[in-house]
Design a protein around this ligand. Structure first.
Ligand code: 4AD
Length: 458
């Protein structure tokens, strides 16, 4: 269907005085004796295009064209509105492509986000979700560009896997048969299943990412990860998109530099490409969003040792729900205190106790901590998790044994330490959390088209 994007008509003057055809959905309709106005949106722009209908002309407009949510094809001349000098169309012909009856759920101007969550197939037609998903697309492109410009190879790692990368037992099982009493034990059951062994959906592409980095040097993945975490929070979904660079010949300080550069690059690109969306989010969802992001791109992130963070938390004049002791896993309330109250900017926490981190992290000389880092940001908390990897074969085996892991299924991973092992590092950025940070959306369910959470699959 030949037509012009509304964004082009609004953003440039090349169509002023010319006849164009546009398509879109009616967002608002106003009727009076001599003239009617429609606000049309086709998804290419946050702003609507005003269609002016001169009722004294010979244009015929069906009443269906004036209904909220109806889809239209409109032909007419582009003119400048004399009051606000935005471009609009004087309609000459209006065709109703799809009628929209009064039970269309978006009749009220502002609906609660919770209500909209109940209709993921409809909410994309609101300003909020229109903006969220356009920003999501811009952020994804920026991530690819950041890595591509720096010579990283884009890798697609398997989604079905036999190894639980994080070792946290949060894998969704993949099976084509149900367990029954006919099996004497679990082994017999798995042997009968599709792959002949226990398999699940990948929680992270890291292990295979390391395989790729050991030949290609610098790689990144950008795909879904799955976690069967039973946590009904505003920052967890069971299916999230994960950006995972893995870099050979790279130690923890180098990794931190890459992560900071990446964050700044993506934010800068977003601010440049989406000024309308940014202003919208600032107005509707987070006062000070623009200043926050500007300050992120213009200032250094903090780097703080876990041990120092524990000291800060212990001295804090705050009653935390979860007590703090060296060795404890930091809860969201602790992370947010550090980044929001103390440093008021993004913070790389480094050198965590080895007991609370994954088996693959490089063991520090102190014998107690690992060269790990989490990036904490105000408002969201942990947005990145990463580490230098243990490159020493014997130390890796020892860590696996300490955590009671079997070597089965990890032979390939151990081989990487056998054949020309090198210092290497990587991190995982939660893409939805990045979108939350950039938009001020407080709930992760509002930045992904179909959120998957415990007990909820629409
Ligand atoms: O800290 P995580 O668990 O690290 C890993 O998976 C490493 N294998 C990454 C690596 O080194 N290549 O997860 C990384 C990030 C988190 O910081 C968070 O932003 C996001 O992934 N994440 C989630 N996002 C939404 N919902 C969930 N359930 C998430 N779990 C992790």
């Amino acid at each position: 269907m030949k037509h012009t994007d509304i964004e082009k008509i609004l953003k440039t003057d090349e169509f002023v005085g010319k006849e164009v055809t546009v398509c879109g959905w009616v967002r608002t309709a106003r009727d009076s004796k001599n003239v009617a106005f429609l606000a049309l949106n086709d998804g290419t722009s946050l702003n609507h295009l005003q269609i002016v209908i001169d009722k004294n002309s010979d244009i015929s407009v069906s009443s269906e064209a004036m209904k909220l949510g109806a889809s239209l094809k409109v032909t007419g001349k582009v003119v400048k509105n004399t009051n606000n000098s935005t471009n609009e169309i004087n309609a000459e012909e209006i065709e109703v492509l799809g009628v929209c009856p009064p039970d269309y759920p978006l009749q009220k101007k502002f609906q609660k986000l919770e209500t909209l969550r109940e209709m993921p197939h409809i909410r994309v037609r609101t300003n909020t979700f229109n903006a969220v998903f356009r920003v999501r697309s811009v952020l994804a492109a920026a991530i690819h560009r950041f890595f591509q410009e720096r010579g990283y190879v884009y890798i697609n790692t398997p989604l079905i896997t036999g190894s639980d990368c994080e070792g946290a037992g949060e894998m969704f099982q993949v099976t084509t048969i149900g367990y029954s009493k006919d099996y004497e034990n679990e082994e017999d059951y798995y042997a009968d299943d599709f792959f002949g062994k226990k398999t699940g959906l990948s929680v992270s592409g890291q292990l295979e990412g390391e395989v790729a980095a050991m030949g290609l040097g610098k790689i990144y993945t950008f795909g879904p990860s799955f976690r069967a975490e039973n946590s009904n929070t505003q920052r967890h979904v069971a299916e999230f998109w994960h950006v995972e660079p893995e870099i050979a010949f790279c130690e923890l300080p180098d990794l931190i530099e890459i992560a900071e550069d990446m964050m700044k690059y993506i934010i800068r690109d977003y601010m440049e490409k989406c000024p309308d969306e940014l202003a919208f989010f600032e107005q509707r969802f987070e006062k000070g969003l623009k200043d926050k992001l500007l300050s992120v791109v213009n200032n250094d992130f903090a780097v703080v040792d876990y041990t120092e963070a524990i000291d800060i938390l212990k001295k804090a004049d705050v009653k935390f729900e979860y007590p703090v002791e060296w060795g404890c896993d930091l809860q969201s309330e602790h992370e947010r205190y550090i980044t929001e109250q103390v440093y008021k900017k993004p913070v790389f926490l480094i050198n965590y106790p080895k007991g609370i981190k994954s088996f693959y992290m490089k063991q520090n000389a102190d014998g107690k901590t690992v060269a790990a880092t989490d990036l904490l940001v105000p408002g969201v908390g942990e947005i990145i998790g990463g580490s230098e990897r243990e490159a020493d074969y014997d130390k890796l085996i020892a860590a696996m044994e300490e955590k009671g892991m079997s070597k089965e299924g990890y032979e390939f991973y151990l081989d990487l330490r056998k054949f020309g092992s090198v210092p290497h590092s990587g991190f995982g950025l939660g893409f939805e959390r990045m979108i939350m940070y950039c938009t001020g959306m407080a709930n992760i369910r509002d930045v992904i088209l179909y959120p998957r959470t415990v007990g909820n699959i629409k």
